[in-house]
Ligand binder design. Structure first.
Ligand SMILES: C[C@H](O)[C@@H](O)CC(=O)C(=O)O
Ligand SMILES: [Mg+2]
Length: 432
């Protein structure tokens, strides 16, 4: 029988003007336009099923990721899906080790974001062909099949294939936390209203952006702590704003508000810095969370080995797709560190819910100290948006990786020709 081939890869630069409402703002990214480099894979199969994938960006620079995706497309177009998934480890390595492209990585930055977008589309295509949501495709795999998707290169000193095979068990469900109440650019009134509404909806875990101004942070944290009361959980996110010692002294000042973690206190590459911060804040009951800008599994390995994080934040579009995230979930399990995924961006909630539900069912088997981020933006552009009930992610039921956007959203928000961007230009609200 002739195998079905991937016959085409298209990629689109899609941007949402979120900076106009300060949505997504933090101490370092003050004007983010949540954006995606959006990949569509077509095949020669008669079923018309396509694979959709994306990676997340903040606006400018999406065009650079689009170029990198085009450069990777030669590895995908003309290949049979069956051959790819039957040797997924080999395919991952082929992409991440392209003898020329790896020079502008390797396995980091733009080229890794591009890898994530392409592989996310392959996983979506595979799950759709199997008629399953991605988390179910993963849960139904044998441990041997799962492990065969992972490239263990550079992490065997932390986790071997044999150890990975020992780590499976079965359970279900997933709690979420919200970041949507307290972006840095929101005024106090907006923050109060969003927080009050969120409490009514059943949210019990809240993240606040900090790091630009200590007095401001103290006022905002007090406001939120007063509103949510002593029992609900509070997390802080500094988005890499501080030096190591500055992070320690700043967070000590905010310790009175009883946050459970400080996220990205300093450079995301500074493993020993994170370890020093972890050590200094441990007596206050504050852990360090990081991962949304962690390049790859090798970095995560070192964070774990150095006891530099207490909450590990995988990202569905930063690492090399499901393949690389699987290796990180398994390392986190071995080091007994809870995974609390990052999802602040367009599409990130849609994708990462699959990974964390899989983690719970098949890897960690625990909800202790675990929760998945939720942000309340841009879900309406997705064909299969996340379903939150009672502050929990309800497991998606539709086949695929929930990556597919509505065609009208793709056309309206395409940058720079889409209707929305052209209108903003005409109104003089932005310059292109
Ligand atoms: C620029 C993004 O909105 C970033 O602030 C998201 C983030 O740090 C988070 O969700 O955590
Ligand atoms: Mg963050």
């Amino acid at each position: 029988m002739v195998k079905e081939k991937i016959t085409g890869l298209t990629v689109t630069d899609i941007r949402f003007p979120t900076s106009l409402g300060h949505h997504g703002s933090d101490a370092m990214h003050t004007d983010p336009d949540y954006s995606a480099a959006y990949v569509i894979l077509e095949t020669d199969a008669s079923d018309g099923i396509k694979g959709y994938g994306l990676t997340f960006t903040l606006g400018r620079g999406t065009e650079v990721v689009v170029c990198a995706i085009k450069a990777l497309s030669r590895h995908v177009v003309g290949r049979a899906l069956e051959d790819i998934v039957n040797n997924f480890r080999g395919f991952y390595r082929e992409l991440s080790s392209d003898g020329q492209l790896r020079w502008i990585g390797p396995e980091k930055g733009v080229v890794q974001l591009a890898t994530a977008a392409v592989l996310n589309a392959v996983w979506d295509l595979w799950a759709k062909k199997e008629g399953k949501p991605l988390w179910k495709l993963l849960v139904d795999m044998t441990p041997e099949q799962l492990v065969s998707c992972i490239d263990f290169r550079y992490i065997t000193d932390a986790l071997t294939e044999e150890e990975a095979l020992e780590q499976y068990m079965l359970k279900n469900g997933y709690p979420a936390y919200t970041t949507s109440c307290a972006w840095l650019g929101y005024p106090d009134d907006q923050l109060k209203k969003l927080c009050t509404d969120a409490l009514k909806e059943g949210w019990t875990r809240f993240k606040v952006k900090v790091g630009a101004d200590l007095q401001d942070d103290a006022r905002r944290c007090k406001l939120i702590r007063d509103l949510i009361g002593p029992e609900n959980k509070l997390m802080l996110d500094a988005n890499q704003r501080w030096e190591v010692n500055e992070a320690i002294s700043w967070v000590k000042e905010l310790a009175v508000f009883k946050p459970i973690w400080i996220e990205e206190p300093t450079s995301p590459d500074d493993i020993l810095g994170h370890a020093a911060i972890s050590k200094a804040l441990a007596p206050l009951g504050i852990g360090v969370a990081t991962g949304e800008q962690c390049h790859n599994r090798v970095m995560f390995k070192q964070f774990l080995q150095a006891h530099a994080l207490q909450y590990l934040q995988i990202d569905s579009c930063r690492l090399g797709s499901v393949n690389e995230n699987l290796s990180v979930l398994l390392m986190a399990k071995k080091y007994n560190i809870p995974v609390c995924p990052h999802a602040g961006g367009v599409g990130l909630c849609e994708l990462v819910q699959h990974l964390i539900i899989f983690d719970y069912i098949s890897v960690s088997g625990s909800l202790e100290n675990r929760m998945c981020e939720y942000v309340d933006h841009l879900h309406e552009h997705f064909k299969y948006p996340v379903a939150i009930q009672n502050a929990s992610y309800m497991p998606p039921k539709d086949p695929g990786y929930s990556t597919e956007m509505k065609p009208e959203s793709v056309s309206q928000y395409q940058f720079p020709d889409g209707e929305i961007w052209q209108k903003l230009v005409r109104e003089g609200k932005i310059e292109i």
